[in-house]
Ligand binder design. Structure first.
Ligand SMILES: CC(=O)N[C@H]1[C@@H](OP(=O)(O)OP(=O)(O)OC[C@H]2O[C@@H](n3ccc(=O)[nH]c3=O)[C@H](O)[C@@H]2O)O[C@H](CO)[C@@H](O)[C@@H]1O
Length: 366
C-alpha cells in the first residue's frame, strides 16, 4: 500500500520551512509515500514548496481585512469556497494523515480532513497558540509543540514536546566557518553580527540599524544586515555614506548556514523557527519581538528564553534608541556571550522533524 500525507499551512517561512522538514522526514522513512501540500494562493508556499520538490494546491483563502469591511464579503466567500475545495482535495487524494503547520490554509484543510475521518496532527511552532490551532486541536489526534506548558491551550493528553523542525543544512555550520568568511568576503579576525528580521525583514530593526549606522562605522565589527525585500532600497540608500568591507546589506540571506557559522552575535525578530535555530546553534542573541503578530506571540517566544537567561530582549518601541548601543556592549563582553550561548543551547530540541514523523506514522496502521 502506498501511504499518502497532506501537509497544509504556510504564509511565511516560519510555517513553510518546518512543513518541508516534516515532509522530508516522512520521505526518509517511506520513500514511496505521496505527499501533497495545500497552501494559500498568492502566498510564499506556492513558490517555496515546489522549489523543495513537492506538489502543492492553493486555496483562495486570506485573512480578514480590519480596515476595509466591504472587502471582507469576498474574504468570507473565499473561505466558504476554500472549505468546499479542501473537502474535494481530501476526498480525491485520500491521505492517511493530514498535518497542519499553521497559517490560513491549514484551517479548511484540517477541518475537511477531520470531517471525512482522516486523522489530523498539528504542529504549533510558537509558545502561544494561535486561534486556528486552538480550534483545530479539538479534533486533532496529536499536537506537536516546541515549548513547555502548551497544555494551557491544548488537551494535555494530545500534546507532545518535539521542538520545531530545523533545516538539515544548518546542522553542519561548525565545519563551514572558513568557507563562510570567504563567502561574505569578511575577515576572520574581526567579530561579526548577523542582523535578521525574520523571513520578511523587520521595519523597526532596519530603522534601528539606520539610526546607528554612524556608530557602527566607528567600530571594527562586521555586520550582515538582512533587510527583507520591502525595505532593501531604503536601507541601501541609508548605508551609502557608510559603505565599507565591514557592512553587507542584503534583502534575504539564502545561505543562513553560512551566516550563522560566522555570527558571534545575532540580532533577530522572535519568530519560532529562528529561535529554534538559534537554540540548536547556541547563538547569543538580542531579540526584538514583532508587535504585529497574532496575540503578541513573539513576545511570549522571547520571554520563554529571557526567563532562562538565554537571550536579551529589547521591546520594539525601545529598539531605535537602544539596539545599536546594546549590540556594541554585548559583542565586546566575552563573559556575557559565553553565558548566553551556554544557556540557549540548554533549550535546543534535537531531531524534531524525525520525532514529528514518528508521531504521524503512529497514526497510520503500517
Ligand atoms: C511576521 C510573522 O508573521 N512572523 C511569524 C512567522 O515568522 P517568520 O516567517 O519570520 O519565521 P521564523 O522566524 O519562525 O523563521 C524564519 C525562517 O526563515 C529563515 N530565513 C530568514 C531570513 C533570511 O534572510 N533567510 C532565511 O532563510 C530563517 O533561518 C528561519 O528558518 O512565523 C513564525 C512561526 O509560526 C512566527 O513565530 C512568527 O511570528
Amino acid at each position: 500500500m502506498k501511504y499518502k500525507f497532506i501537509i497544509s499551512g504556510g504564509g511565511t517561512g516560519g510555517h513553510i520551512f518546518p512543513a518541508i522538514s516534516i515532509a522530508n522526514a516522512l520521505k526518509k522513512r517511506l520513500p514511496d509515500a505521496d505527499i501533497l501540500f495545500v497552501g494559500a494562493l498568492g502566498r510564499m508556499e506556492m513558490e517555496r514548496v515546489p522549489a523543495a520538490g513537492y506538489p502543492i494546491e492553493g486555496l483562495p483563502i486570506s485573512g480578514f481585512d480590519r480596515k476595509n469591511m466591504l472587502r471582507n464579503i469576498k474574504v468570507v466567500w473565499n473561505l466558504l469556497r476554500s472549505l468546499v475545495l479542501a473537502r474535494r482535495i481530501i476526498s480525491r487524494f485520500k491521505p492517511n494523515v493530514a498535518i497542519g503547520v499553521g497559517g490560513y490554509a491549514s484551517a479548511p484543510t484540517l477541518r475537511a480532513a477531520s470531517a471525512l475521518g482522516v486523522p489530523t496532527v498539528i504542529q504549533e511552532q510558537n509558545s502561544y497558540a494561535g486561534v486556528t490551532n486552538k480550534l483545530l486541536a479539538k479534533k486533532a489526534k496529536r499536537i506537536c509543540v516546541a515549548y513547555d506548558g502548551m497544555d494551557r491551550f491544548f488537551p494535555k493528553e494530545k500534546v507532545i514536546l518535539t521542538g520545531n523542525p530545523v533545516r538539515q543544512d544548518l546542522f553542519s555550520v561548525g565545519s563551514k566557518t572558513e568557507e563562510a568568511y570567504k563567502f561574505f568576503n569578511f575577515d576572520p579576525k574581526k567579530k561579526t553580527i548577523l542582523v535578521v528580521g525574520g523571513s520578511l525583514g523587520a521595519r523597526t530593526i532596519n530603522q534601528s540599524i539606520i539610526a546607528g549606522l554612524d556608530k557602527l562605522a566607528e567600530t571594527d565589527v562586521q555586520i550582515i544586515w538582512q533587510t527583507g525585500k520591502f525595505y532593501i532600497e531604503d536601507a541601501r540608500k541609508a548605508a551609502e555614506p557608510f559603505i565599507s568591507p565591514n557592512l553587507l546589506v542584503t534583502d534575504f540571506v539564502s545561505r543562513m548556514d553560512m551566516a550563522y557559522s560566522i555570527a558571534d552575535l545575532v540580532v533577530s525578530r522572535a519568530g519560532a523557527s529562528s529561535i529554534s535555530e538559534l537554540c540548536l546553534l547556541a547563538k547569543p542573541v538580542i531579540l526584538i519581538p514583532s508587535p504585529n503578530v497574532a496575540e503578541d506571540h513573539q513576545t511570549q517566544n522571547a520571554l520563554a528564553l529571557v526567563r532562562k537567561d538565554a537571550a536579551i530582549m529589547i521591546k520594539d518601541t525601545d529598539s531605535k534608541a537602544q539596539l545599536v548601543d546594546k549590540m556594541m556592549e554585548v559583542i565586546e563582553d566575552e563573559a556575557q556571550l559565553n553565558k548566553l550561548s551556554k544557556n540557549i543551547l540548554q533549550l535546543a530540541e534535537k531531531d524534531s522533524a524525525d520525532r514529528i514523523a514518528e508521531e504521524i506514522l503512529k497514526l497510520v496502521a503500517l
